[in-house]
Design a protein around this ligand. Structure first.
Ligand code: PAF
Length: 281
């Protein structure tokens, strides 16, 4: 596994691989890797000739009062995990190289970025799509891998590559969950023991809604009310939003019909977690 910090060196590495007819699979991450990330790396290994993983905690996707400073960082541990996968390159760009003085550009995916998480994190997805555009231009992947836990991000990235004609196939992998259903997230490391226990209410609420829909409930408001009540029973959990939405447009639905996304975000203590489930009504 080669570790590359320099942007030009990363680009040259990819160009050499491409000149040899190799297919590059790319897994962009912010580090503090867990089984969810590793499932993306495993998929990249299966589908590509060359696998590049990046670790970069992207300041542009954090708001002024968010957890950029406290975001978990465990580079040594991450490197050890990646060594088991025999990836080809670990890309560790530096913030002052990706965002030099006078950096002013931004890439934005309009409407989709304003819904769901975009309501309480208005500049978040602009930061995500800007850094991904830069990383895609540097790594030049054929395939890029994203987790379905960050469902809104996945939909926005698909729109990004389509609208900007980027020749990259976006491949998603299912959410990986802990034994009690909690979706794996780097931010779970920020939870104390009590919060970690309370956090399971999020998956319970999503599963309850999914079961209700699968057993015939068709009233969106009743489902949302019962989810809110269940989550409200955990004093350490404060709901940001819940939606039952169209899985492509992310518009709230009025009728329970067809394939639907049930998604939520909530603060557990001070840690913001997201999760979702898909249901077919
Ligand atoms: O999902 C993440 O970890 C980040 O949003 C990403 C895609 C690496 C961009 O910084």
């Amino acid at each position: 596994m080669r570790t590359i910090k320099d942007l030009k060196e990363m680009r040259a590495f990819s160009e050499r691989a491409k000149n040899h007819g190799k297919k590059i699979g790319f897994v962009p991450t912010m580090g503090s890797l867990h089984e969810g990330h590793l499932s993306l790396v495993a998929a990249a290994k299966r589908k590509s000739d060359i696998v590049v993983v990046s670790i970069f905690v992207n300041p542009m996707q954090f708001g002024p009062n968010e957890d950029f400073k406290h975001y978990p960082r465990h580079l040594r541990h991450d490197i050890n995990l990646l060594k088991n996968f025999e990836i080809d390159a670990l890309f560790l760009p530096e913030a002052n190289k990706l965002y030099p003085d006078k950096f002013a550009a931004a890439v934005e995916v309009g409407e989709l970025s304003k819904k769901m998480c975009g309501k309480s994190r208005p500049a978040h997805f602009r930061g995500v799509t800007t850094v991904l555009t830069k990383l895609f231009n540097i790594v030049v992947p054929d395939l890029a891998f994203f987790g379905e836990k960050d469902y809104q991000q996945l939909i926005i990235v698909r729109r990004l590559v389509q609208d900007l004609n980027l020749p990259i196939e976006i491949i998603s992998q299912p959410t990986v969950r802990d034994f009690d259903g909690l979706a794996l997230s780097s931010r779970n490391k920020l939870l104390n023991v009590k919060e970690r226990r309370s956090a399971t209410i999020l998956h319970k609420a999503l599963s309850m809604a999914k079961t209700e829909i699968e057993t015939g409930e068709r009233d969106v408001n009743k489902i949302l009310f019962r989810m809110r009540s269940l989550i409200g029973s955990e004093p350490t959990v404060r709901l940001d939003y819940i939606v039952i939405a169209h899985p492509e447009t992310l518009e709230d639905v009025k009728a329970i019909k067809g394939k639907l996304l049930i998604a939520l975000a909530a603060y557990v203590g001070t840690t913001r977690l997201i999760d979702n489930l898909m249901v077919d009504a």
